[in-house]
Write a protein that binds this ligand. Sequence first.
Ligand code: IPE
Ligand code: IPE
Ligand code: MG
Length: 253
Amino acid sequence: MHSTVALFNILKKDSTAPQSRPVPQHIAVIMDGNGRWAKKRALPRTAGHKVGAETFRTIATYCKDIGVKYFTVYAFSTENWKRPAEEVETLMNLFRRYLREAIETMAENNIAVRVLGDLTALPEDIRSLIDECEQTGKQLDNPAIASLCINYGGRDEIKNAMRALARQVQAGELQPDDITEEMISSQLYTADMPDPDLIIRPSGEIRTSNFLLWQSAYAEYYFTDVLWPDFKPEHMDQAIESFNGRQRRFGGV
Ligand code: IPE
Ligand code: IPE
Ligand code: MG
């Protein structure tokens, strides 16, 4: 029985992931193109978000399976409130559904799901689901970390960090000249995470749209025309292959 299971796992691994290649420790994705995916099929934009949510499940699991420790996705920006109320509501419902599911399955998958962003603007029930997720995730032993950025804005995050440090200065606990880059990093939502190594943006847009502005200082970017609902593990492999072929210099020679 055991050997059959072991053989199955080996076969499974061979068929899903190229072996013996390094993988980035932290991959982040700007999940973009759901609306255009739906438009191409004459469907409502919300249909694109539903398929996009499935893609997130598949790719988060794939990343964990190939050994990526941190997988972070941009799911809803501080600017996305500008969208029609119905679209925002659909997205909130998808977050509700996913968070409930995550609470149920986190232990089995050994993936701790976290949410990064200004949570104060989110509906109360979503905030309690996020709390429950955090608590469940804390009980896992060395899990992979999947972070959903919801009501996340890079500038908003830096502004909040500045305010927190300014309050310490005001209280006389900190001198302005003693502020370090590490102190700023430790005030961000990503405080206990390494910076992203690879940031992927599908859908053909070539901009950051306010994602991980501070943390991306030395990230490698990968852009592809594939729309997020069409994004498959093979596209992740292509991004990782591109990443592995680059030389990161961090300002050195
Ligand atoms: C990304 O897809 C999802 C969110 C921003 C919430 P879009 O909804 O931005 O899709 P496009 O860019 O309109 O195709
Ligand atoms: C960025 O996508 C935000 C998310 C993917 C959540 P947008 O679709 O909002 O970005 P812009 O408006 O094209 O820059
Ligand atoms: Mg978009």
